[in-house]
Design a protein around this ligand. Structure first.
Ligand code: M6R
Length: 612
């Protein structure tokens, strides 16, 4: 989704803004722009990548020690120069950048047009800015007061930064439903939609809360108020993020780097949370709310996309191990279907970014109905983390590739620990079995390393199948969510149509699609369903489908049947998703690369989906 970066202080703003926009590229966008204040407001904006904006700006005046920059992911109006941010107000005095959607922009626009305002873009953002201008004129007030009054009139979600050329010593920033972080330096401030553009300048940050606005003054004073005009004292936190974690570190793409980081990620995720020898697991949030979670009537898991797939894995694990009923719901459906939820329920919200708008709304509904909210997020201090009563961070480090890889593995690691901890307190697992699984968990980083060694084989397979028009992914049990995730990865980054199905469902419809042009990826690592999956493979083979099988090392039965085999280290079936997802991530990566796709920033997609 859109990205925001802004600066006020003694330095030249342009280089900071351009670098910041590049750091935000991973979020997904279709145009970029910058406004600089140097006596006058100069606006530089272009459809396309930040590099195009840089070329366009090469021979322009770029001086100014206050400025705002934006990457736009189109919602209202097509991607083009005209709709790119920043926007200027009718008088030319104000400039704005905005993430989110102003839902009542149509009515506001009609009102403003009635008062003589004209619009050069199709955006809701330009309407908001002229509303601010109109209020400023009518009330003869400061820019921050006009912003405050305007935001009390709008419906929707936003993170904004506004500059007034007549007040060159301040920036005004505000948020509701869309994240905004303020970096605090020495007599300077940075603003961004996440910490990545800020981290190299300062580790001291203030997260703006919903319905708060901030005035960032050149003299180093940070003034924060609520939209109801209540003064707040800024809470400065120290960022734990390293710069090298948001850079490629020698890999060709962030996605590849993040796939290869998974052994370490799983290790980091388990660190201090379990001990195989002593037979214990301790997720702080689960321990703190043990009573409510153990006595829950059911656990409702809500999430979107890849995080929803890890939720499906959790359903299998929690029901199997802890015998607590679990339901898994797309957050986008849950929020609009008047669900039956009460104080006996636990809502488990899973989100890498912690900012997904649908998941946040689902949380709000369950919270209003007194459920306990347990958040599993990767981004520390994110909106979902803050909206939850309890939770666990996945500690996967910043995930920059739009296609989620290491964050997924980290989610599955946490969810596995959670299922085991609940099973232990429910008394549904013996201590010896628990220790056996925990010992096996300790071997997972190495087993993922083993799976990563299949990279060369996968590259060859990718070369053979890269031109396929469709793919089917089939798995049973815990490998069914892995089939869904494998298919999602492929379609996200290679634009090949791919479907995931439970292997046994194939005969109820998808089998009609199978012919010699259909590659079918079988995730066949679970030995308890081995015979059955072999039958499914036979069914595909009989119809001349091409079989790509992910199997445990040494599986000669499937090897004899499949066209292509990817052998990965065997593990306890409960833990197999952590290993079997790896070859599927690599397969998508290589196919996408061979098709010339932008692996890290696939078209139309955004890293954190902060609008509905
Ligand atoms: O940040 P979240 O985990 O809440 O995001 C949910 C989905 O938008 C996300 O998983 C999406 O499906 C990814 N692009 C998957 O690779």
């Amino acid at each position: 989704m859109c990205g925001i970066v802004a600066y006020i202080g003694p330095k030249e703003a342009y280089p900071i803004l351009v670098k910041g926009l590049k750091r935000l590229e991973y979020r997904g966008y279709d145009s970029a722009g910058i406004a600089l204040l140097n006596g006058d407001l100069s606006i530089l904006k272009k459809e396309g990548k930040v590099s195009i904006l840089e070329q366009f700006a090469a021979d322009k005046d770029k001086h100014g020690t206050i400025g705002i920059g934006h990457t736009r992911w189109a919602t209202h109006g097509v991607p083009c120069d005209r709709n790119a941010h920043p926007h200027l107000s009718n008088s030319g005095n104000l400039a704005i950048i905005h993430n989110g959607i102003i839902e009542n922009y149509g009515a506001l626009k009609t009102e403003l047009e009635g008062r003589g305002y004209t619009f050069t873009s199709d955006t809701d953002t330009e309407v908001l800015l002229n509303l601010i201008e109109d209020i400023q004129k009518a009330e003869n007030t400061s820019i921050e007061e006009a912003v405050r009054i305007a935001l009390n009139e709008v419906v929707g979600a936003y993170a904004i930064v506004v500059i007034d050329k007549r007040e060159p010593n301040k920036l005004v920033a505000a948020r509701k439903g869309s994240p905004l972080v303020i970096g605090v330096g020495k007599d300077e401030f940075y603003v961004a939609s996440d910490a990545s553009p800020i981290i190299e300048y300062t580790k001291h940050v203030v997260y703006l809360n919903d319905e708060e606005f901030a005035v960032l003054n050149r003299n180093g004073v940070l003034d924060i108020k609520t939209l109801g005009n209540i003064q707040k004292s800024p809470y400065i936190q120290k960022l734990e993020m390293d710069l090298e974690k948001i850079e490629k570190g020698g890999y060709e793409h962030f996605m590849l780097k993040e796939i290869y980081e998974q052994p370490q990620v799983v290790l980091d995720c388990m660190r201090g949370r379990m001990n195989a020898e002593q037979g214990w697991i301790k997720l702080g949030g689960v321990s703190e709310f043990a009573g409510r979670i153990n006595n829950a009537k059911r656990i409702i898991i809500t999430a979107c996309g890849t995080s929803w797939h890890s939720g499906l894995i959790a359903e299998y694990l929690i029901e199997e191990l802890a015998r607590i009923p679990v339901e898994v719901e797309y957050a986008s459906e849950f929020r609009y279907r008047n669900p039956i939820v009460n104080e006996k329920d636990v809502l488990l919200a899973i989100s890498q970014s912690g900012e997904t708008a649908d998941t946040l709304s689902a949380i709000q509904i369950a919270k209003d109905r007194q459920a306990l909210i347990y958040g599993i997020c990767n981004v520390i201090g994110s909106s979902i983390a803050r909206a939850s009563h309890a939770g666990s961070y996945t500690h996967a480090g910043p995930e920059i590739g739009v296609a989620s890889t290491k964050a997924f593995t980290a989610q599955v690691t946490i969810l596995t620990l959670m299922a085991l901890q609940l099973a232990q307190s429910q008394g549904t697992i013996s201590q010896s079995r628990l220790r056996q699984v925990l010992y096996e968990m300790e071997t997972i980083p190495d087993k993922i390393r083993g799976a990563l060694k299949t990279n060369d084989v996968i590259k060859e397979i990718a070369a053979k199948y890269k031109d396929a028009k469709n793919f089917l992914y089939l798995g049973r049990g815990l490998n069914f969510p892995i089939a869904l995730e494998g298919a999602l990865k492929l379609k996200e980054i290679s634009y090949i149509h791919a479907e995931g199905y439970p292997a046994a469902e194939m005969k109820h419809g998808p089998i009609a699609l199978i012919d010699e042009n259909m590659p079918v990826v079988f995730i066949a690592t679970n030995m308890s369903a081995h015979e059955k999956i072999v039958s499914n493979i036979q069914e595909v083979k009989a119809r001349k489908g091409k079989i790509i099988a992910i199997v445990n090392e040494g599986d000669t039965i499937i090897k004899a049947l499949a066209d292509e085999v990817i052998e990965i280290p065997e593990t306890d079936e409960l833990l197999s998703p952590l290993v079997s997802i790896v070859p599927l991530q690599l397969l998508s990566y290589h196919i996408a690369l061979m098709r010339g796709c932008n692996v890290d920033q696939p078209r139309n997609l955004a890293k954190s989906v902060t609008v509905e």
